[in-house]
Design a binder for this molecule. Structure first.
Ligand code: HEC
Length: 200
């Protein structure tokens, strides 16, 4: 084979790889836009709060994705919907305002796409982060005590202190990271309809 032919082959191989990996993906999902709900005037998917966006970074940095996915599959070929992991499947448009767009593959723990619907209360989520076995005695979700600060309680216990027994007049307060992570978990809910994924 002449070297010019080899060059053309290399060029074609690169072109096909680019077309398959980059161009095709761009044409499929690159120009998705939010849908305006004409009744409420809010966009779907909703824009997460700034605290929730910070929480997405905490979620990424704590390695939650090693065990939890953020993508409900189905209804065909997957049992996710019958497991109660969400009211509908997740579609690419759901990730529009998620930066970074965490998807995840691992299902050692449950899918968390709708954890904001399943566990809506921030005190339950904080307790889960501090000690998952307080909520579920058989939980194998790792505790994250480093997301909490222990401080002297003073004359009164602060409102946001965890209700766990502590010694020496101490109280356990969630750090900024813990609060951001909980705001992120609460923002994870696909209870809005999209044209390609209506709510049943
Ligand atoms: C080593 C694997 C592992 C890691 C890492 C992990 N989890 Fe879990 N998680 C689990 C398992 C298994 C369960 C199911 C048991 C339970 O409900 O407690 C679970 C359950 C949960 C639940 C309850 C879900 C429900 O449907 O009620 C939440 C919330 C949660 N994890 C959040 C997190 C967050 C946030 C992180 C990162 C800070 C994290 N997990 C890291 C394994 C993990």
């Amino acid at each position: 084979m002449k070297s010019s032919q080899a060059l053309v082959l290399v060029f074609l191989a690169l072109l096909f790889a680019w077309a398959g990996q980059v161009a095709l993906g761009f044409f499929q999902v690159g120009r998705l836009e939010p849908i305006l709900n004409e009744e409420t005037n809010y966009p779907a998917p909703p824009t997460p709060s700034g605290l929730a966006q910070t929480g997405a970074r905490v979620f990424a940095s704590q390695g939650c994705l090693e065990c939890h996915s953020l993508s409900v599959r189905g209804p065909s070929g997957s049992a996710d919907l019958t497991r109660g992991w969400g009211p509908r499947r997740t579609v690419p448009r759901d990730y529009l305002f998620r930066e970074p767009a965490l998807i995840g593959l691992s299902r050692i723990g449950s899918d968390l796409s709708n954890v904001g619907l399943r566990v809506p209360e921030s005190k339950d989520l904080l307790m889960h982060l501090y000690n998952p076995r307080q909520r579920n005695p058989n939980s194998t979700c790792p505790p994250h005590p480093w997301l909490f600060d222990s401080s002297l309680a003073g004359p009164s216990i602060e409102n946001e202190a965890l209700s766990v027994p502590t010694r020496d007049w101490k109280q356990l307060l969630p750090s900024y990271e813990a609060k951001a992570l909980v705001a992120y978990l609460q923002s994870l809910r696909t209870d809005y309809a999209l044209p390609e994924a209506p709510l049943k």
